[in-house]
Design a protein around this ligand. Structure first.
Ligand SMILES: [Zn+2]
Length: 270
């Protein structure tokens, strides 16, 4: 008799599709599906891995879970074959909480990816007037920045919000920098994206009009914060100050973004 609580095929398919077929490990994000040389077949180098093991003695096995819970979609994460092997060969490095975090980050990224496409202003074929170019470029620059900030906010909620009192965050980052580095470097690109947005509204200020430019400046002002650094790496509270500002202002940022989007659409079609 088989004592493993394997996932039904439908659960495997959904897990895979929720992350666009890519490995959920943020340090990997490898594609896992593609065509086979036989035109009737496909290649898969991914699998629905168990967050807590499917059978007794397996990695991260939780005896308190029922068989139903073990094969439920909540207990699965889509990974490439090598990452699936990696998380099972070194359990203490890849605890349940970390895998759950990977899963929701990957799903969030995929969510942003498909929504960005649906919401972006369409590029006209042929000649496009300068005003529409201005709106489209501004929209792209703002979406880029906003997605990174939302990603940062989700990351903060998942990793830091309830785990660290304000000052502890600096110690945690000091002690476990490698664990957070990839994600924080990605979040840090918001500064560059903000610079692109500024450059765009400076170039197209006349085409965008005063109201839009003021709204966008208002949005960017919500990102201003001061922090302290000794410049030699012993003390730096950049990330704490950044996340405090971001979490305090996230709702205002979302509201501002909505207003700007409406104004851009009005101006674009006008
Ligand atoms: Zn992988």
């Amino acid at each position: 008799m088989n004592n493993r609580d394997d996932f039904p095929q439908r659960v495997k398919d959904i897990l895979c599709e929720r992350v666009g077929g890519k490995c959920s490990n943020p340090g990997c994000r490898h594609e896992t599906k593609g065509p086979h040389s036989d035109s009737k077949k496909r290649v898969s180098i991914g699998q629905a891995a168990h967050i807590t093991a499917a059978s007794k003695g397996g990695p991260r096995y939780n005896p308190n879970m029922t068989s139903e819970q073990r094969k439920d979609i909540e207990n699965g994460i889509w990974l490439c074959d090598s990452c699936a092997k990696m998380i099972d060969s070194d359990e203490s490095q890849y605890p349940v909480e970390l895998l759950k975090m990977w899963k929701s980050m990957a799903e969030y990224e995929q969510y942003r990816a498909i929504n960005q496409k649906a919401n972006s202003l369409e590029t006209n074929c042929g000649f496009e007037n300068r005003k529409n170019v201005a709106c489209r470029k501004t929209k792209e620059a703002l979406d880029n920045l906003h997605n990174t900030l939302q990603y940062g906010y989700e990351y903060w909620k998942l990793n830091f919000e309830n785990r660290f009192k304000s000052y502890d965050l600096e110690n945690e980052l000091d002690n476990h920098w490698e664990l957070y580095r990839t994600n924080l470097e990605q979040i840090y690109t918001y500064e560059e994206k903000q610079a692109v947005l500024y450059a765009t509204i400076t170039e197209y200020a006349l085409d965008l009009g005063v109201e839009l430019c003021e709204e966008i400046n208002g949005y960017c002002n919500l990102l201003k914060f001061v922090y302290q650094s000794d410049n030699c790496g012993l003390y730096n509270n950049y990330w704490r100050c950044f996340f405090e500002t971001l979490s305090k202002n996230i709702n205002s940022l979302i509201n501002h973004k909505r207003t700007i989007d409406t104004l851009l659409h009005q101006r674009y079609s006008a």
